[in-house]
Design a protein around this ligand. Structure first.
Ligand SMILES: [Zn+2]
Length: 144
């Protein structure tokens, strides 16, 4: 399978160019130019059923000196050394107050539009003993 998101050969050149970009809008445009399929969508906030996510997001933003903006859904996230450019774009969004999440892990509650986790992510949360609903659902507890 072709890896659409592997670092290009002119990585250093691209990283230099990113430094010259002034706004997040310019960065997004450049990101779409290089990885047209990476940015998939946005959700304004997490469901109230997952308060630890909203709390952690606020803490991250406080540390950076910004405020929470939106959840950015992407095709995939990477943490290895062959995807430094994707990682750089993720970091730039994070530092501007966004959270970057994989599209297949999150979806919108069909009633209120807030972000809910997939069953797989739900199981990870439940096993990590954070406060989550008793069972996974496709709508928020308050939206049922
Ligand atoms: Zn809802």
């Amino acid at each position: 399978m072709t890896d659409l998101y592997v670092d290009p050969e002119n990585l250093e050149e691209i990283l230099e160019h990113i430094k010259s970009l002034k706004t997040l809008g310019e960065i997004s445009e450049y990101c779409i130019e290089i990885f047209p399929t990476w940015l998939v969508g946005k959700i304004p906030k997490f469901s109230r059923d997952y308060p630890h996510l909203t709390k952690n997001w606020k803490i991250v933003c406080d540390n950076i000196g910004t405020v929470p903006k939106e959840i950015i859904l992407v095709d995939r996230v990477f943490f290895d050394n062959n995807h430094k450019l994707i990682h750089t774009f993720s970091e730039l969004y994070t530092r501007s107050g966004f959270v970057v999440r994989q599209n297949h892990d999150w979806f919108k509650c069909k009633v209120c539009g807030d972000a809910l986790p997939s069953e797989t992510v739900f199981d990870i949360f439940r096993n990590s003993k954070v406060n989550v609903p008793t069972t996974w659902d496709s709508v928020c507890t308050v939206c049922k």
